[in-house]
Ligand binder design. Structure first.
Ligand SMILES: Cc1cc2nc3c(=O)[nH]c(=O)nc-3n(C[C@H](O)[C@H](O)[C@H](O)COP(=O)(O)OP(=O)(O)OC[C@H]3O[C@@H](n4cnc5c(N)ncnc54)[C@H](O)[C@@H]3O)c2cc1C
Ligand code: SF4
Length: 332
């Protein structure tokens, strides 16, 4: 690992010097520094910041959960009110990483973790995300774990996280602090499609820090769940994941939220599927049609074509399971 300086953060906005990076739990950043993918000259340690608003979970009068960005994944999982109100959020966290990592990893850092594309993580390969214009080794490589939605001719790397899908399905917002002050943004705007500049991954400015995440918690979101298929039963990233929340009026869908992981370059809201389901009686056929609609724009490669069929099947399973939940009983 290249030498670096580490200093405590002195304010809740991004590093002043260029070449410096913010660090929270370090479970992603230090990993990438060891591999030589990230080579910051200095680290600014957010964890040392004496700012209570960056930590912990509070419930606002309208029921929304405000989560400080430094809150650990394990802390969120230990919050009974959050887990009861938003089962899909709790399940997305419980199915992620390992207990040890969840004790270190912050939710802000989880949203901003970088792709697990093996060519990105091995600096001997060309990679447009690591170095703009250098090429993409995955295009002619092994693509089992790569994206089929939101890809470009420059990059097909999948977004790896789980929590972002559950938060996206809830129309979460994030609070961002920079030198220019504080702003809020829909989470849907945080991650950028790769296009021709896959190295520009988010809408954050260099001097900005995510300070909080706001998760709306309407009563019907108790009818929600998170499904994840992966290579191993634990300690593994998603091949395909589905965050699903249903607002039902009798046997008809009043509103549905579907977000997909493992299949797209950014956390992916399955808007065509949501539109198709609104107002419909939720049968297996209807759920299948929604699944097919969700993947209508998929660009498949021989290694990762299976993700479409798997994704359709998982959407059907998630919708039917959510429909059949007894939400008076629903607990993570
Ligand atoms: C073996 C392993 C398995 C894993 N499995 C999963 C999994 O199944 N699902 C899953 O979702 N995740 C998984 N993870 C990823 C893990 O959850 C993330 O590494 C972690 O959440 C990142 O949080 P952190 O606080 O450690 O971030 P850091 O490593 O400190 O930072 C990550 C990035 O975010 C930036 N950053 C951090 N906080 C802020 C902030 N508040 N504002 C602005 N920038 C910030 C940093 O500069 C850095 O670029 C796994 C990790 C490992 C090592
Ligand atoms: S898919 Fe993206 S991250 Fe992977 S090698 Fe290509 S450009 Fe790099």
């Amino acid at each position: 690992m290249q030498p670096f300086r580490i200093t405590p953060a002195t304010s809740a906005h991004g590093p002043a010097s260029s070449g410096a990076r913010q660090i929270a739990g370090g479970t992603n950043l230090v990993d990438l520094m060891r591999l030589g993918v990230e080579r910051p000259a200095a680290l600014v340690d957010l964890d040392k910041l004496p700012a209570p608003s960056l930590r912990g979970i509070t419930r606002l009068p309208d029921g929304t959960f405000r989560i400080g960005a430094l809150t650990r994944m394990a802390e969120a999982l230990a919050d009974p009110a959050l887990c009861a109100a938003l089962p899909m959020v709790a399940q997305s966290l419980a199915l992620a990483a390992s207990p040890q990592i969840r004790n270190m990893a912050s939710l802000g850092g989880n949203l901003l973790q970088r792709t697990r594309c093996p060519y990105f993580r091995d600096v001997s390969w060309p990679c447009n995300k690591r170095e703009r214009g250098s090429g993409c080794a995955a295009m002619e490589g092994i693509t089992r774990h790569h994206a089929i939605l939101g890809t470009s001719g420059s990059c097909i790397a999948a977004y790896p996280g789980d929590f972002a899908q559950a938060a996206l399905a809830l129309d979460a917002r994030i609070e961002i602090t920079g030198k220019g002050g504080l702003r809020r943004m829909n989470l849907a705007r945080l991650h950028r499609l790769p296009g021709g500049t896959p190295d520009a991954e988010t809408a954050l400015d260099a001097d900005e820090t995510i300070t909080a995440i706001y998760l709306p918690a309407p009563g019907w979101a108790r009818r929600s769940l998170f499904l994840k298929r992966r290579e191993r039963a634990a300690y593994s990233f998603a091949l395909v994941s589905v965050a699903c929340a249903l607002d039902m009026a009798g046997d008809r869908v009043r509103e549905v939220r579907l977000a997909l992981g493992g299949v797209a370059t950014i956390p992916w809201r399955a808007v065509p599927a949501e539109r198709l389901l609104a107002g419909e009686r939720l049968t297996e056929e209807c759920a299948h049609a929604a699944g097919v609609a969700a993947f209508a724009d998929a660009v498949l490669r021989p290694d990762n074509a299976f993700k479409r069929d798997l994704g359709v099947a998982m959407i059907v399973r998630a919708l039917i399971a959510a429909r059949d939940l007894d939400i008076t009983e629903a607990r993570p």
